[in-house]
Design a protein around this ligand. Structure first.
Ligand code: NAD
Length: 489
């Protein structure tokens, strides 16, 4: 294993405005592109978390008392810093996560858009006031919660932390970020840039770790709210544990997104959209369209999807998957589907990239005649794999979509407005695409799924996140309505 030139010599915790070395055991951070070691990350626990919570508590009174118009000035500066450091941040995401440079750049650009939304918060959070009877007024204000936490997954090392950081902080909270231990480097750079933008010490803290740290966050009496993004298995654990400790929690989980393709769909647009949805970020997106339900005669469209998939080359326009275990898991799903009678039209197993033989690659894979009972049709594969299920009618397709435990996204490809509307109304998913394979809502619209793709009432971004990161203060004021009438005489 190559260790000579580490990309980032040591990932550290960032507490009270300082990067601190930890005595905790460390883990190697491996680039999935080529298996090289990039850095080490501490597996912190209760002690480091306590330090971060204390720092955040100390910063909260002054930070929350600062008018929001002043707080967001820091995010205007931070947005400029993200733009100025776009290429470096892109390279970090590419190296630690394995996605292509283009995908990594798009991720950082999305982080910039999320920061831009936070800059607009003063226009959105104004309270309400009404005279409810003579001399009596009611006033409602949105107040921050205090110390809050954000736990993030490996697949978007830069963007997903920005789902929470700018909004939670601009709204007056102090935050502890627990990044994925698989991709912790971007979070250290985020801390450096927030500091450069002028964020006061203790307002934002990064504590690195894994399961033990997540459990400590859920149990900590001085953390008011927990935001989680990751697999459904862990989302359930975190949601149950945080709420049983009487915390506010939103926990986003995994996905199995269905792309319903109708025979009247535009062949070229649909094929390009389906292929990009299933293969982008090597299929490691919670918005990946991993199951296509073809309704009726859609063979011409499938032929074109196969042609599109053959243009996707590992190491060129397709990045790696995150680990050896992930590669093995994805290939196992493909082999099991094949054994159960599905037909592999494009086979991405055993992919290697010349010069990067220690990287973890799976080529684009298209499997036809998958049946709804197969594991590949029901479970999240999280690789560049499309399972095609055939249905005779749109209602049958919707029934397949509705049976999924998940409900992050669903798309329909058709030229009929009426049929599209029918899918919008009847698909059981939080985010719907019409002729769009990855229907991520842009700011100010909120991001969040249904069913086992999200636990908790609010969405994680956009306007809905304002509700999550604030609590309402209601004040009723009464003054003598006659007061002052003869005051000057
Ligand atoms: P993961 O659930 O393994 O890890 C997420 C976080 O939880 C990490 O910070 C990790 O350290 C921690 N963790 C892992 N196991 C834990 C345990 N047993 N107890 C407590 N904490 C634990 O997820 P991942 O593999 O990093 O990310 C991929 C998953 O995230 C996929 O399922 C994907 O669909 C999902 N995801 C969902 C969304 C969404 O918006 N719904 C967005 C991105 C990713």
């Amino acid at each position: 294993m190559e260790t000579a030139q580490l990309l980032y010599p040591e990932v550290r915790n960032y507490i009270a405005g300082n990067f601190t070395s930890s005595e905790a055991q460390t883990l190697e951070v491996i680039s999935p592109l080529d298996g090289s070691m990039l850095s080490t990350v501490p597996l912190s626990g209760q002690k480091e978390l306590d330090e971060a919570v204390k720092a955040a508590q100390a910063a909260f009174p002054k930070w929350s008392a600062m008018p929001i118009k002043e707080r967001v000035q820091i995010f205007y500066r931070y947005k400029t810093l993200l733009e100025q450091n776009l290429e470096e941040l892109t390279e970090l995401v590419h190296r630690e996560n394995g996605k292509t440079m283009g995908e990594a750049r798009a991720e950082v650009e999305k982080a910039i858009e999320l920061t831009e939304f936070a800059c607009s918060l003063p226009q959105l959070v104004a309270g309400e006031i009404l005279e409810v009877s003579a001399g009596v007024e009611c006033r409602l204000e949105k107040k921050p919660l205090g110390v809050v936490a954000s736990i993030t997954p490996f697949n978007f090392p830069n963007m997903v932390p920005h789902w929470t950081i700018p909004n939670a902080l601009a709204l007056g909270n102090c935050l502890i970020l627990k990044p994925s231990e698989k991709v912790p480097i971007s979070a250290n750079r985020i801390a450096e840039l927030l500091t450069e933008a002028g964020l006061p010490a203790g307002v934002f803290n990064v504590v690195n770790g894994a399961q033990e740290l997540v459990e400590a966050i859920c149990d900590h009496p001085d953390i008011q709210a927990v935001s989680f993004v990751g697999s459904t298995k862990v989302a359930k654990i975190v949601y149950r544990r945080a709420t049983s400790n009487l915390k506010r929690c939103v926990a986003l989980g995994g996905a199995k997104n269905h792309l319903i393709v109708l025979p009247d769909a535009n062949v070229a647009l649909t094929a390009a959209g389906v292929a990009a949805s299933m293969s982008g970020c090597a299929g490691q997106r919670c918005m990946a369209g991993s199951a296509m339900v073809g309704v009726g005669p859609v063979d011409a469209i499938i032929e074109q999807i196969v042609a599109e998939a053959k243009k996707i080359i590992p190491g060129e326009n397709l990045g790696s998957v995150i680990s050896k275990e992930a590669k093995e898991r994805i290939e196992r799903y493909i082999s099991e589907a094949e054994k159960s009678g599905a037909k592999v039209l494009v086979d991405g197993r055993n992919a290697t990239v010349k010069g990067k033989e220690n990287g973890y690659y799976v080529g684009p894979t298209i499997i036809d005649f998958v049946t709804p009972d197969m594991a590949i049709a029901q479970e999240e594969v999280f690789g560049p794999v499309l399972a095609i299920i055939r249905a005779k009618t749109l209602d049958e397709a919707l029934q397949i979509e509705n049976q999924s435990n998940y409900g992050n996204a669903a798309s329909v490809f058709t030229q009929s407005g009426g049929l599209a509307r029918y899918v919008i109304e009847n698909a059981s998913a939080g985010m719907i695409g019409v002729n769009v394979g990855v229907p991520v809502p842009r700011e100010p619209f909120s991001f969040g799924g249904w069913n086992e793709s999200k636990f908790g009432t609010c969405d994680i971004t956009g306007k809905s996140s304002i509700e999550f990161w604030t609590q309402l203060k209601k004040t009723t004021t009464k003054w003598n309505p006659e007061a002052g009438i003869n005051w000057m005489s």
